[in-house]
Design a protein around this ligand. Structure first.
Ligand code: KG4
Ligand code: ZN
Length: 357
């Protein structure tokens, strides 16, 4: 086997078309040689959310150019690539199919192994791109489609400790932003608005704050924001509502992470407790500050991916590819896209009315 494998990663699960080349240095640390992300924000803006068919068409139009750019920027000759890793799920099936088929075709034409990747595992391993990270660790995954606490025992080995029972956190940010008249995707802009507002102006609910262990819920919060947003008159009111929303989220994450820490300690008997926060919402600076403070209080080491690796990218997909490559975990070329693909396949599905917590 090549001493320093070179992996091409491809990502197209939602509205980012991305390709990346990574390798390892002599010390075994991953090195990003290129990381190209093309966002489709302009395609979906006027619809206020991702339109699957438009997203798929845009992936189709761009995937070969983005991949070529990633290969060119890496300075690596195409034949030197040792394996191709592409996201196979979860995500929008029409979007997944584009990157998956392209990745398989690349692997087949290069006569190199193909590796199907779980997008969530990409987020879970993304901190490995900039820090030496040993298993096990506690992961809070906060993205546009998922919100979960997981104990990461190793590659492909996850135990879910808690999950959202309704909306994902990124979804709650985006919906709140929409109600405040912010263009899609509004999550990052809420942070900007919040800085100018009074976080104590509106009292918002914190669903299942005192029950449900480290499970989370955000839909009641969204309803409360909807009601208040109808009475908003000035820009300052908008800033105040954004600040109140942001503060409520901070309080929920602080409390639920503290519970998750207890759960994690029951499983992890070593003294080294690590808390990783990944996914698009992990770019939120206030959330980073609050969770860093909690970690100091609870003697956990906290690790965040760099801001540019929090959102969807292909370097994290190549990272999982690299780990799988070293274990000879390859995929067949007829493997299918998986719109639903939980990291912990044994965890109970916890969504919808009537669930018992
Ligand atoms: O991980 P990601 O890029 O895509 C998914 O896999 O879903 O996450 C995107 C989500 C969006 O909902 C976006 O609004 C949110 O992450 N997001 C943020 C921030 N930056 C991105 N939410 C709050 N604050 C931010 N700074
Ligand atoms: Zn993602």
């Amino acid at each position: 086997m090549n001493k320093n494998p070179i992996i091409l990663g491809i990502e197209s699960s939602c509205d980012e078309t991305a390709a990346s080349i990574i390798t390892e240095n002599e010390q075994g640390m991953p090195t990003i040689l290129s990381n190209i992300v093309s966002s489709q924000v302009d395609v979906h803006k006027e619809f206020g959310g991702v339109v699957p068919e438009l997203a798929a068409r845009s992936h189709l139009e761009k995937i070969d150019l983005i991949t070529k750019k990633a290969i060119d920027e890496s300075g690596i000759r195409m034949e030197k690539i040792d394996a191709v890793a592409a996201t196979a799920g979860p995500g929008l099936v029409v979007c997944l199919s584009v990157g998956l088929s392209f990745g398989k075709a690349m692997a087949s034409s290069l006569n190199k192994p193909f590796i199907a990747i779980n997008h969530l595992e990409g987020h879970a391993l993304s901190p490995k791109l900039n820090s030496e990270l040993k298993y096990p660790y506690l992961l809070l995954l906060i993205s546009g489609g998922h919100t979960q606490f997981l104990c990461v025992h190793g590659l492909g080995n996850y135990k879910r400790l808690g999950t959202t029972i309704d909306d994902a956190l990124g979804e709650a940010f985006d919906k709140t932003a929409k109600l405040l008249g912010i263009e899609f995707p509004g999550g990052p802009q809420i942070e900007v608005f919040a800085k100018k507002g009074d976080p104590n102006k509106y009292l918002l609910p914190k669903p299942i704050f005192y029950k449900g262990g480290c499970n989370l819920s955000f839909s009641g919060l969204k309803t409360a924001v909807l009601k208040i947003s109808k009475h908003i008159k000035t820009d300052q009111d908008k800033y105040d509502l954004a600040a109140s929303f942001q503060k409520t989220i901070e309080e929920i994450l602080y409390k639920k992470s503290k519970i998750a820490f207890k759960e994690f300690k029951k499983i992890n008997k070593t003294n080294k407790n690590k808390f990783i926060v990944a996914g698009g919402v992990a770019a939120n600076k206030r959330i980073r500050e609050v969770l860093t403070k909690l970690c100091k209080e609870e003697n956990f080491e906290t690790i965040f991916p760099p801001i540019n690796l929090c959102g969807d990218n292909a370097a994290m997909i190549a990272m999982v590819g690299l780990e799988k490559f070293k274990l000879n975990q390859f995929s067949e070329l007829d493997c299918a896209a998986k719109p639903r693909w939980p990291l912990d396949e044994d965890a109970v599905f916890l969504k919808g009315a009537g669930i018992k917590l």
